[in-house]
Design a protein around this ligand. Structure first.
Ligand code: FMN
Length: 242
């Protein structure tokens, strides 16, 4: 599969078939993804994968807790910045509206929205649930590294005919996750991720999210023939001022 095809066909899958994924496939994906770059080659990713009986046992715990605390335990980090400004606020709103539209749930139908959101806590029916954690000493540069690792996992999953959904929704269950996985206190949960085979009949999987046009986020300079000089001197900090 071409990288561009993997990137283009990756989407957040929110309905999976129960078809199991072999351990060897998950291992191959997680191992190949370690070629992701990281500043200083820190490789600051920590990954826990649940499938089969442990996954069922974990999800049963979450179902019980969800019944008592529908909003979870509260997150350890802000999933979105408080007071999110434009254009991000509108993008977030539109993505939610577009998703609920695929399953015919209007804005007013709060119970239906809550039920759909709660499907996060069943990994949307995926046979594999993953958790991505990071050492608490790490800062935003290493969180970016972890994101690159996760994207590598998601693209490699495509190569194996699999789909994924990254899930920050798990952040509000960080205590339950840490307890079940027996995470050392130094580790912090960033995100979950569902992995499995996409249910091609599910309406929710028809969502193709928007993207801003290139002009909205990128500026390019120096591509005119007259400007395109390639003989830049290599800086040498030891030879004094240029
Ligand atoms: C780190 C991360 C966490 C996410 N968490 C959730 C989540 O908890 N639940 C969910 O349904 N989608 C989640 N998403 C999916 C985003 O909504 C999705 O990536 C975005 O709308 C773009 O759509 P696409 O992934 O289908 O291209 C998450 C995405 C990322 C990158």
């Amino acid at each position: 599969m071409k990288v561009s095809t993997a990137i283009d066909t990756r989407m957040s899958c929110r309905a999976f078939l129960p078809t199991t994924v072999p351990e060897s496939t998950v291992r191959a994906i997680l191992e190949a993804a370690t070629r992701a770059p990281s500043g200083g080659n820190l490789q600051p990713w920590q990954c826990h994968v649940l499938s089969g009986e442990p996954l069922a046992r974990f999800l049963a715990i979450i179902r019980r807790r969800l019944a008592q605390h529908p909003r979870g335990e509260g997150a350890e980090y802000d999933v979105y910045p408080p007071g999110l400004t434009e254009p991000y606020r509108s993008r977030r709103f539109k993505c939610g509206e577009d998703m609920y539209a695929t399953i015919g749930v209007p804005r007013e139908d709060k119970p239906a929205r809550v039920r759909q959101f709660a499907r996060n806590y069943g990994f949307f029916g995926a046979p594999v649930g993953m958790f991505f954690c990071i050492d608490r000493q790490m800062g935003s540069p290493q969180w970016a590294d972890l994101g690159m690792y996760m994207q590598s996992v998601m693209l490699l999953a495509r190569e194996h005919g699999l789909h994924t959904c990254p899930q920050e929704a798990w952040a509000v269950w960080h205590e339950a996750v840490a307890e079940f996985l027996v995470l050392p206190p130094a580790l912090m949960l960033f995100s979950g991720m569902a992995l499995g085979y996409r249910d091609e009949t599910a309406a929710i999987n028809t969502l193709r999210t928007d993207r801003a046009a290139l002009e909205e986020f990128a500026t390019l300079q120096g591509f005119e023939a007259s400007e395109n000089l390639t003989n830049h001197p290599i800086p040498d900090p030891l030879s004094g001022p240029a």
